[in-house]
Design a protein around this ligand. Structure first.
Ligand SMILES: NC(=O)c1ccc[n+]([C@@H]2O[C@H](COP(=O)([O-])OP(=O)(O)OC[C@H]3O[C@@H](n4cnc5c(N)ncnc54)[C@H](O)[C@@H]3O)[C@@H](O)[C@H]2O)c1
Ligand SMILES: [Mg+2]
Length: 345
């Protein structure tokens, strides 16, 4: 039976994982320690005795509301003095360590089955907590929880070797699995995805799929096919989904996205000729949005409830789609400001 050691409520996101300065995250000693724990089962087991173990239930992080009404992940704090139960030692996965080299793990205390409806869910729905109603205090914790969720899911769904059909066994850190019969080593996989915000200079193009939550529009996205370059995927997806040909392309940023099974999202801006903007849509809908429409859609903090009047809303702040749209809107505002200033002169 699962026996919690000590519950810590309000544990902050490990600063080295997502909310500290670049230099701090890249500290060599810190990275070296995590790599050693991935390679050395004994060192990893020893680290687990004094670790923070962040809890999940059926792949959703267990969150607690603090006295300041912010949401915080829930962690077991292992003191090294109490014996750990079998599940803690066998199923915890290593996700990193603090600046003080205290190891951090994730553990799913729910049954090891996937919720069949969760594969296409967006993050806030999967969490099953009202994240969107109060997202700002929660956001710094996200990348760390996304990583934990992805690693837990990968371990839960990679129990057998795809070559021999025999069981695979994980290392202590949960960072690799080995086929018990052939010795083939499996590492967590990510599928490369291009996400692109297309603009005609004055407007940007957003689409929605039927699987999206009601009223939500986002930048166009698509998985890379085998052998394709990112540029080829981008041009193909835009042509396939909206029937437009892009001209210039610029890179924005990237993000790990755990849905449905860990994608590596690479985000771009692209432009089409203002003379050729007629959309031929293969999605549920795709349309051009003005800066004013985007500005008001960015203000919508909660998705519309059933029965509410229809409203367009955009991916939440932690999604890279939101970042692309915000970058585009900022750029449009700056360029209209400089146009106005030039006219004044
Ligand atoms: N973080 C964000 O802001 C954001 C925004 C939009 C989309 N996304 C993610 O981008 C991903 C791709 O977007 P899409 O669904 O429009 O892609 P898509 O347009 O390529 O269409 C999905 C289809 O591609 C096929 N496919 C090819 N390779 C696949 C693979 N490796 N895994 C799964 N399906 C594959 C399947 O038939 C699938 O139904 C989705 O996982 C979505 O969650 C993230
Ligand atoms: Mg797509």
């Amino acid at each position: 039976m699962f026996r919690p050691l000590k519950i810590l409520i309000g544990t902050k996101c490990p600063p080295t994982r997502c909310c500290s300065a670049f230099v701090s995250r890249m500290r060599f000693s810190n990275l070296q320690y995590v790599n050693r724990l991935k390679e050395d089962d004994e060192a990893c087991a020893a680290a687990l005795q004094n670790a923070h173990i962040f809890l999940f239930h059926r792949l959703s992080p267990l969150l607690q509301r603090t006295e300041h009404r912010t949401l915080r992940p829930t962690a077991l704090v292992c003191s090294g003095t109490e014996p750990q139960n079998h599940r803690t030692t066998e199923e915890s996965v290593l996700i990193g360590c603090s600046e003080e080299n205290q190891a951090q793990f994730c553990l799913d205390v729910g049954k090891n089955i996937l919720n069949p409806g969760s594969s296409l869910s967006w993050w806030p729905e999967t969490l099953n907590v009202p994240v969107l109603q109060d997202p700002s205090p929660y956001e710094p914790d996200l990348c760390f929880l996304l990583q934990g969720q992805a690693l837990l899911r990968w371990n839960q769904t990679s129990g057998f070797c795809s070559t021999t059909g025999q069981p695979t066994h994980r290392n202590r850190a949960g960072s690799q699995r080995v086929c018990s019969s052939s010795g083939i080593i499996y590492y967590p996989k990510m599928s490369p995805v291009v996400i692109v915000l297309v603009s005609d200079g004055k407007r940007c193009l957003l689409g929605r799929q039927s699987s999206f939550p009601r009223g939500m529009y986002s930048a166009l996205a698509g998985f890379c096919d085998m052998g394709e370059t990112l540029e080829e995927t981008l041009r193909r997806e835009v042509a396939e989904e909206v029937g437009l040909e892009v001209h210039s392309v610029s890179y924005s940023s990237s993000q790990h996205w755990p849905f449905p099974h860990s994608s590596f999202m690479m985000a771009f801006h692209a432009s089409v000729s203002p003379a050729h903007t007629q959309v031929s849509c293969q999605l549920e809908d795709a349309r051009w949005f003005s800066l004013e429409e985007i500005t008001s859609a960015l203000q919508v903090k909660t998705p519309p409830r059933r029965g509410d009047p229809p409203v367009v809303w955009l991916p939440p702040k932690h999604a890279i789609g939101n970042r692309l749209i915000t970058e585009w809107a900022d750029r449009q505002r700056r360029s209209s400001l400089s146009d106005t200033t030039e006219e004044d002169v």
